[in-house]
Each structure stands twice: as C-alpha cells, then as structure tokens.
Design a binder for this molecule. Structure first.
Ligand code: GLA
Length: 730
C-alpha cells in the first residue's frame, strides 16, 4: 500500500520507495501539508504545521484563543485559496456569482483507489501498478468543491497532483486562477533551478535563490516556449549532483504556465505550479467542473542526479506511450539542413541512396513539399503534395525511397497557416485574429484556432489523407511560432479568457486522434527546435527535436540542461555539417557523433556532399550507436562534469546499465588550452567490487574508476572528444 490513512491521527501518508508525503486534517477541517521528503515510516508529522502568534495575522473566525494552528497565513496547506487570510501566492481564485472572491476549503472526504488516475482530455502519467488518493474539500459557505488528485508511482518515487474545481451552485462562477499545485515547506533556504533559453539555446541551467518576494519562471505565449521550460527543481543551497536535498517538478502541460517560488512570513517556502493566470478566466456554469493539468514531482536526498534519474524512468516508462516508447527507433536522416527548401524527388532519392549505404534506416522529408512552399512566406495550411516541385506523386517518391531500403517520414506544421494559402483564402476565420486589429505575423504566419472543432477536423482530414496515401512511418509535428491575437470568433466575449487553455485541449484532442489512428507511426514533436519540449507533448510523442542548434559544442549546454528533467530517449539529436549552420564553428565529425549519441542520433546534412572518409566515419558511428542503443536509451544517466564547470576543459556524461554491468562515458573538450595535464573523472553507477575493461583494453576495479577516477586521454586540437565503453569482466 502506497497510501495510508490513519483514522485516529487523521493523516494521509503517501509512501514511495524512498520518500514520504503526508497531509493531515486539522481541527477546523483545514487540509495541512505536514511533510514531503526522505522516507519516514508510521509517524504523524503534523507538529511542523504551526503558525506564530503575531498580531495582525488572520486566523479562523471560529477560534477565540490564539491557537497557532489556526493562523492560516502561516500554516502549510495542501491547497491554498485566495481570499480568506492566506496572503501567500495562492493556487485557486474564484469569483462567485455575487461578486465575492475566495474559497475556504474544508475537508469532506477522501478515497484511496488502486491504479494511477488518468485525466480526460489531458496528458498524464499512467500506471496500473500505482495508486490514487482523491481528497474532496468544500467551501465553508458556497457549494464549490475541490477534488485533489494524488497519483503515486512508488517505484520511481513519483507523485503527481492535479485538481478538479466543481461548481455545485446553481449559478455561474468564474475561475480566475486554477493552479495544479501549491507545495509548502516550513523552511526557506532553497535555490530554484530552472531551464531558460531562446531559439537555438534552449533549456540552459540557471539557479536563483528563493528570496522573500517571488522567484518565477513562466510562459504567457500560449505554449511552453523556448524561453522557460515548464519544469524546475528546488534544491538545498549546497546540493550537488550527488549530495543534498532536491525536489524536481515537471508540469504535464504544453500551454502558458506559471512556476513561482516564494520565501514567506516565518521564512517558509511555497512553490506553486499551474496554468498561467494571465489571460485566463474560465466560466463554470452550475454543475460544471474544471480539471487542471497535473504536476509530477519527485524528491532526492542524493542531489540532482537521483531526482533526474527518477523522472527519466517515469517519463520513459509511464508517460511516453506507443510502439516506440521502448522499441529501438530507426536511425534517420532529415533533409532540412541538407537542402532547406531547395529539393525535388531526384535529390531526395539520391540522398536516401547514399544514406542507406551508411546504415541509415529512415528518410525524413522536411518543410517544403506541400502547397506553394519554396520559402516560408506561403503554403502553410495546404497539406497537399506539390507534385510539380517534387516531379512525382508522394506515393511514387515514397516507393523510390523505400526501394533504397529506407523507410519514409514527413514534416507537418499542422497548427499554422500562411495568409498566402488556399486554406486562408477559403477560411480566413480559421486563424486567430482580433476583429479590429491587424494580426501580428511571426515567421510570416498565423496560428490556427485549435479550440474550434471545425478547424481541427479540417487539419485532421488533410493530415490523414496524406498519411493514408503512402507508406509513411514517421511524422515530425512542428510548431514555429507562439500565439498572438488571441480571439476565437465563435465564442462570446466573456468566454475569451478560456481560449488559451481550450487551444491546448484542442491540440491534445487532435494529437490523441491522430496518434491513436496511426499506432505504427513514430511521432517526433518540434517547435522551432525545442520550443515546446514538455511532458504534455511527450505523452503523445516519445521524442522531440531538442534544438535547431546542431553545433555539438552548443548542444552540450542544451542537452545537459534538458537532461535534468527529460531522458536521453526524448532528445532528438543529429549530426550536421561543419562549419555548423547556426554558429559557423568547425568541429570533428567524431564529436558531432558522440554528442548525438546522447540523444536519438540521426543525420541532418547533405550526405551526397560527404567525402568517402566522412562516410566511413558515419558508418562506424551508426554501428556503434546501434551496438549501444539499449544502454544509451535505458541506462542510468549521470552528468559527471558540467559544461559550465570552469575547472575542467571537458563536459562528461555517462550512462550505466541498471545491473552495473556496462557503462558508456562521453568526454567532449569544449575549451582548448596549452600545457594541460591529464584530467580524471570519477565514474558512477558501477559495482565497487567488480572489474571492468575500458575500451577493450585496461582493466580497473569498479571502486577505482568511481573513487580514483578514469584518466581522460589527452587530445590535441579544438573540440576533440572521446567515448569510453566500460564493460564488466566476467
Ligand atoms: C523549424 C524546425 C526545423 C525545420 C524548420 C522547417 O525551425 O525546428 O527543424 O523543420 O522548422 O521550416
């Protein structure tokens, strides 16, 4: 049993393999948050839920004395609502029909169920092996209910939280804020680790102290975005990769979000996560419910690595779905950086022929094959083949590619539309536009109003027609701008505040329809590179293009930052040409390969232009990648030396098998200096007592490699890298 109810103490305790989460109902029926941290068996931890007896602090009206547990602004709570004395950042704000604001939720009942809950119309972690706790609370006055959902996957130390707001009054209420989680800590010395970026620079590690006031990351863009990722970690000041307390959070949502941490009165900390209240105003008629997306969280007492590894396993096994979640995915070549818009069928087939000789298994035709699309000014929305450009039908092209031995994949940007397109000329109302304003273009395009079923149906029909017309086994689903001009033409004025969220719900509905209709297709999500890299999208697509920046040295920071939350198996990574198209940097082909190994590994260049020597190297890489595929994709991932580390010339990553029988270590030199000395890197995840052979050569004891370290080979020149295969000697 992962969830335990103690009737006498009125505590609900969630136990995972290594952690404990506890809540308790106090004398007033307030649901206290009493603990989240390292495992504690069989104890009531509610002594920590106290408030100071300061003057001016609101307390519940029924309490006549100075009981500390009634100080609502001080005590840690499972759900904090605006309006009744808690001045900290709240999770919920309701405007009632009479114009009053606020909720005072009081415990009504709780239910423990086997299996992890699922959410209708929203992505969520799943698992029959898990458990669910549903706690129902009701406002003291109004018939407004909150149902708090806690899902538990004990093996991965994963707890999820989502909630439902239910309006049982006969009148309409407005939800002005519906965050999924508030998590209270009764101390306040945390850093907030988050992942910031921009186009081609996604998810770089950043750390900021949680101060009095607020430390926030957020998106107001209608999508999770390049700029900040919907995930974070709360870490002890001195936490390292392997020491210290670290809480990690991933929001399972692809729209605008808010993550806000604040150090409060009494020096306690509150973290809130949910849909960004900016541009959000949801009307609930009497009898209606609102479901928030879920937040997944884990706790580690062994630093960042343990938190990352728990999330990696849970995302890989209990969030990603479909045939390819665990099956080996084909090594692909994508023509984007090889040709951009300038291609026809003959060019693609010639690339496929060369690629097939190297061991590539799938050819992906990127942007430019449809409508009128020779640049990015026109064509989006017209998902029919430009046969004139290709020189043949799609079926003929796919057959020719298949004849080279490669499977075929295709690019779509289904949520976008160019004004210069047949679809726009026929249905200008399909795009988001405000009645009295010129719409704002980005990359010369607008966004389709996916909150409307008619628009989704049109996109669905067009995509299915293409996918049914040929032997297509892979789809890249792109999304290259964020929403502006948010206005849905069929919705009354007072419901326009629902559209941001309804867009995301519409997108999820469309993705569910398409991915379930084509279970054999591998779907890869993309958004101008990694602009919508989140757990919401991973529910539908097991991998996502990590960044449009394919420079392997830049990728060190991008993939390193991404790895704090997301597993290697989700990170699209390709070998591209040198000099690199985004930076002009020249790097060894081997290094480009080694970095792409710590992702899905593929190619993104004009293979026809490669020298014989380069082709031989790619052939070797593809074989090496396939040989280590299982280890790379399913191994325990460790960040041994960070690319931000100024004392080292190297960034070093490792994957080790769960049974500690093998590991792969990749060391990439990102800075070149003269007069260097050998560097040592301490490996992790090996068995102290076992012996290991390094690159089929020298033998070391596991303890030696972990506590004294592996000596990195010295290298000459810029951006060299080494790969070490560590194998147990049996
Ligand atoms: C985005 C993607 C690229 C490519 C282009 C095509 O930028 O991230 O990989 O597909 O669009 O326009």
């Amino acid at each position: 049993m992962a969830i335990i109810y103690n009737e006498q103490e009125k505590t609900y305790t969630i136990q995972t393999k290594n952690t404990t989460y506890q809540m308790a109902v106090n004398k007033l029926g307030v649901l206290l948050h009493t603990y989240y941290g390292r495992k504690i068996e069989n104890d009531n931890l509610s002594y920590t839920a106290y408030g100071d007896m300061w003057p001016y602090t609101p307390k519940n009206e029924e309490i006549k004395g100075d009981e500390v547990w009634a100080r609502i602004d001080h005590i840690p709570q499972e759900i904090s609502c605006f309006g009744c004395g808690d001045y900290r950042e709240s999770a919920i704000n309701i405007r009632h029909a009479d114009g009053t604001m606020g909720l005072q939720p009081i415990f009504v009942s709780a239910e423990i169920k086997s299996g992890k809950y699922s959410l209708e119309g929203l992505p969520a972690f799943y698992g029959d092996e898990g458990e669910t706790l549903v706690v129902t609370l009701k406002d003291r006055v109004y018939d407004v209910y909150l149902h708090l959902y806690y899902g538990v996957l004990p093996e991965y130390d994963l707890i999820t939280r989502s909630l439902v707001i239910e309006n049982k009054t006969n009148e309409k209420i407005h939800i002005e804020k519906a965050l999924s989680l508030n998590l209270d800590f009764n101390y306040g010395n945390f850093d907030l680790v988050s992942f910031e970026g921009r186009w081609a620079q996604e998810r770089r590690f950043q750390k900021a102290p949680v101060l009095h006031g607020k430390t926030q990351v957020f998106s107001t863009r209608g999508a999770s975005g390049h700029i900040m990722n919907p995930s974070c970690m709360l870490a002890n000041k001195n936490a390292t990769e392997t020491t210290g307390d670290v809480y990690a959070f991933a929001f399972v949502y692809s729209g605008s979000f808010l993550i806000s941490a604040s150090r409060n009165i009494q020096d306690n900390t509150r973290l809130v996560i949910g849909i960004n209240p900016e541009n959000f105003d949801f009307t609930l008629e009497g009898g209606e419910k609102f479901q928030t997306p879920e937040v997944a969280m884990t706790f580690s007492y062994n630093g960042f690595e343990m938190a990352s590894q728990s999330l990696h396993k849970a995302i890989r096994n209990n969030l990603c779905r479909g045939k390819y979640k665990n099956a080996r995915r084909p090594v692909l070549i994508n023509n984007w950086e090889g040709t951009y818009f300038d291609f026809n069928a003959d060019k693609l087939v010639s690339m496929a022929k060369d690629a097939s000789e190297l061991g590539v298994e799938l050819f992906v035709m990127d942007d430019g094959w449809f409508g009128k699309r020779d640049d990015d000014f026109s064509g989006l929305g017209d998902w029919f083949v430009n046969e004139k450009k290709l020189g043949c039908t799609l079926g003929e092209l796919v057959k020719r590619i298949n004849d080279t031995g490669l499977k075929f994949g295709i690019w779509f940007e289904p949520e976008a539309i160019n004004e210069d397109s047949e679809l726009y000329r026929a249905h200008p109302d399909y795009a988001f536009k405000m009645p009295n304003r010129q719409p704002t273009l980005a990359r010369h395009q607008l966004i389709l109003d996916m909150s409307r079923k008619e628009v989704r149906d049109n996109t669905y029909d067009q995509i299915c027609k293409i996918l049914d017309s040929a032997n297509i086994t892979y789809v890249k689903w792109d999304y290259n701008r964020n929403i502006t001009d948010l206005y849905s033409c069929e919705v009354p004025a007072e419901k326009q505040g629902e559209i941001y969220h309804r867009y995301v719900l519409g997108l999820y509905e469309l993705l569910e329809r398409i991915t379930s209709r084509y279970p054999d297709i591998l779907f890869e999500s993309c958004s101008g590179g990694g602009g919508r890299f989140d757990c919401g999208m991973h529910y539908y697509m097991p991998q996502a293009w990590t960044s449009d920046d394919t420079d392997p040295i830049e990728r060190l920071k991008i993939q390193h930052g991404t790895s704090f939350i997301y597993p290697v198996s989700t990170m699209g990574a390709h070998v591209s040409a040198s000099p690199n198209h985004q930076t002009g940097r020249i790097t060894p082909l081997k290094t480009r390969g080694n970095v792409a190994y710590f992702g899905t590994y593929g190619l993104e260049l004009d293979v026809n232009k490669m020298t014989d020597e380069e082709k031989t190297e790619i052939k070797r890489q593809i074989k090496e990648f396939k040989d280590h595929y299982e280890l790379i994709q399913r191994g325990e991932y460790s960040r041994l030396i960070s690319p931000y580390e100024t004392d080292s010339l190297y960034c070093v990553w490792q994957v080790a098998s769960a049974d500690k029988s093998e590991a792969l270590v990749c060391a990439v030199k990102h800075r070149t200096e003269a007069s260097t000395h050998p560097e040592f890197v301490r490996l992790r995840g090996l068995d102290e007592t076992k012996y290991y052979k390094v690159n089929d050569d020298k033998i070391y004891k596991g303890a030696t490699l972990m506590y004294n370290g592996l000596m990195l080979a010295e290298s000459w020149g810029d951006y060299e890298s080494q790969l070490y295969y560590i194998e147990e000697v049996k």
